[in-house]
Design a protein around this ligand. Structure first.
Ligand SMILES: C[S@@+](CC[C@H](N)C(=O)[O-])C[C@H]1O[C@@H](n2cnc3c(N)ncnc32)[C@H](O)[C@@H]1O
Length: 325
């Protein structure tokens, strides 16, 4: 399991870039970029080195935490997975590559593909300060057309990317990424109903193409949740002083809401239930919403069943658990 906080090398590389960078300017740029995202405009407003740095300062810790949590869920279910090559689609500042390098000591080659030259320059500069990423390859251009040029990789990751594409392009990219993934594909999106809908559509599409769901779902069946119910997770991460200044935030942490799917070519041997919300710990029993192989259930673990109760006290939203139904 890797930590949700940025690795020391990446933090140091970012800190070095921030010397002399006005926090007021960074906050204004980050605010403009985030407003554009909220309005559905994607990363098109990231046009200068200062924009790219403001974006990385504002968002990289949180997207890193979400990728780290998603990769942890994959390695928990598929501990034998030891990818040697990574393809990071829509790599931006390289967030998912850094997280994958932490999660898999086996990784030797990293290819980053992105359409945004400014973010890609930042990714390459940050990578120079990494023992693992310094020799990474960069593929410029649109994933829709340029992914074909990428060599297949053991692991393909797309973090916070597919929401920037039209529905038609999401389907095409989903198929193309799966075709490049020799062992596994992990796609992460913001934890919103729209992000969940995109992940759900991709999950269905790629199960039909032969993929198996390693996480978060304990099965390859259709999602058992019925609207308006939906699924997402949250990862807590510390907020640095610079981040607090940038966001005008007071609390020393943030909770990144995200949704992901980790797909593998090999069937998944162990199936655990997934905790879909923070369990309710009552005096007489613990109640937890679980996604199980048989569907969604509200598990109730009575205090009188001491061993089961002690186990369930450790359950947290997003955990994979062994539950007796
Ligand atoms: C929100 S950023 C996420 C960056 C990074 N994956 C992360 O998690 O921090 C989305 C990235 O996807 C890239 N992107 C969006 N559409 C793309 C496309 N069609 N082809 C290549 N890159 C694309 C953008 O340039 C941007 O760098």
């Amino acid at each position: 399991m890797i930590s949700p906080t940025l690795p020391a090398e990446l933090k140091a590389a970012l800190d070095a870039k921030l010397i002399g960078f006005s926090r007021t300017d960074a906050a204004q740029r980050a605010g403009r970029i985030s407003n554009t995202y909220r309005a559905g405009g994607g990363s098109g407003t990231i046009k200068s080195d200062a924009d790219a740095l403001a974006y990385a300062l504002a968002r990289m810790p949180a997207t890193y935490a979400a990728v780290a949590a998603s990769l942890n869920a994959l390695t928990e279910i598929a501990p034998e997975l030891a990818p040697e090559s990574l393809l990071d689609v829509g790599a931006g500042p390289g967030t998912a590559s850094w997280a994958a390098a932490e999660a898999f000591a086996s990784l030797q080659s990293f290819t980053l593909l992105d359409a945004n030259r400014t973010l890609s320059s930042l990714a390459l500069e940050l990578a120079q300060d990494s023992r693992r990423l310094a020799d990474c390859r960069y593929l410029p251009g649109d994933a829709g057309t340029n992914l074909a040029e990428a060599a297949p990789a053991d692991l393909v990751v797309a973090s916070y990317v597919i929401g920037e594409l039209s529905e038609h392009d999401q389907r095409a990219l989903g198929e193309a990424m799966w075709a490049k993934a020799r062992h596994a594909l992990v796609v992460i999106e913001p934890g919103t109903p729209a992000g969940y809908a995109r992940i759900l559509a991709l999950r269905q599409q790629l199960i039909a193409s032969g993929a198996h769901v390693a996480a978060p779902c304990p099965h390859d069946k259709p999602c058992p949740l019925t609207a308006p119910d939906w699924c997402h997770f949250a990862q807590r991460l510390p907020r640095s002083q610079a981040h607090r200044q940038l966001k005008g935030a007071e609390v020393p942490f943030e909770d990144e809401k995200f949704i992901y799917v980790a797909l593998t070519r090999a069937p998944v041997p162990a199936r655990f239930s997934r905790v879909l919300a923070e369990p309710d710990i009552g005096k007489a029993e613990i109640t937890a919403k679980l996604c199980t192989e048989e569907g969604v259930e509200l598990a109730k673990v009575p205090r009188r069943d001491k061993a089961a109760y002690a186990g369930a006290r450790r359950w947290r939203w997003g955990h994979a658990v062994m539950a007796e139904s």
